[in-house]
Ligand binder design. Sequence first.
Ligand code: PLP
Length: 369
Amino acid sequence: MSSLSDLVLPHIARLHAYTPGQQPGESGWIKLNTNESGYPPSPRVAEAIQRELAEGGARLRLYPNPSSVAVRAAVAAYHGQGLTAENVLVGNGSDDVLNLLVRCFGGGGAATGFTFPSYSLYPVLVGIQDGRSETIPFDRSMRLPVAQIAASPARAFFLTSPNAPTGVGFSAAEIEDVLARFAGVLVLDEAYAPFARHDGVSLLARHPRLVIVRTLSKAHALAGLRVGYALAHPEMIGFLDRVRDSYNVNRLSQVGAIAALQDTAYYADLIARVRATRDRCWQAWAEGLGWFAYPSEANFIFVEPRNARGETGVAVARSLDEALRARRILVRSFPNHPLTASFLRISVGTDADMAAVDDVLLAWQKHAH
Ligand SMILES: Cc1ncc(COP(=O)(O)O)c(C=O)c1O
């Protein structure tokens, strides 16, 4: 008899699965570790889901629309700029869309590129398809290494803008520079773009090798609904559609997503609030406490804590992480690489959440050494 470990494909046996941020089962935590929204979604989302559940949920007998047609139309209307439903593919979260992209362009030994640091799911998706990861490291400036990306042999390059976990955003001009010099498919992961000054949507009309990936998990406060989408040339959407699960977005998510995309006034207000809180926190930490933090265009801040002796480093970051945890505040640390180990990534929650963080930071800085 063969054992399962003899039977499983060798690249799956070697695979290190993605580690999601901690999701505590019990309430009472201030969760600032996975860049969810601190605020609820538009009330229209729950109303739309309730309507879909009418008559005791009778509609749940039926499969959802297989290609999320109404969501695609709502996404196109939301972005405008000449986009139509033909430019849109909807996924079960943007993770699903990223997976479809790797299925199309990154499996079977092909090279897929991304920067370090960026979203740590990319190498896992490449590993699942038995592809080859080509990593281009940032230096501490976190400026975009355009020449290195241009020279990459990758069929597809995944670029996160604003980047995670740094929060640093790249301008449309920088993205266009990459598109002019890199020969492959550029996947621009804009999970955090609603919080940024720039986005790449206007580039789509001129660049058929560009795919923009968006999510409703962050700015739209719907991480639990699992809806993300790709914006691209119809030919690209056609390839992604070939490798998509037929019913990848469920009924409740489809109606909820449409309600969210249509309530632009609610989200304009919510995004403005998060940005204001973010900028206030950045100023308090960078200028008030004198800590280094990358200027953030996202809904989180990547900050390098400094203790009472003026020291930074992985042990210092761990000490603050523990102090926050003791007050039931969860943030994210990245202890395994010199570019990230001395930092903590703190999601921007409500003003009350951030006041609780500020209390811990001030007390810790006075006493930690
Ligand atoms: C850069 C980036 N892309 C994509 C995602 C995944 O989002 P979704 O919830 O849509 O799968 C995340 C989530 O943290 C992210 O940080």
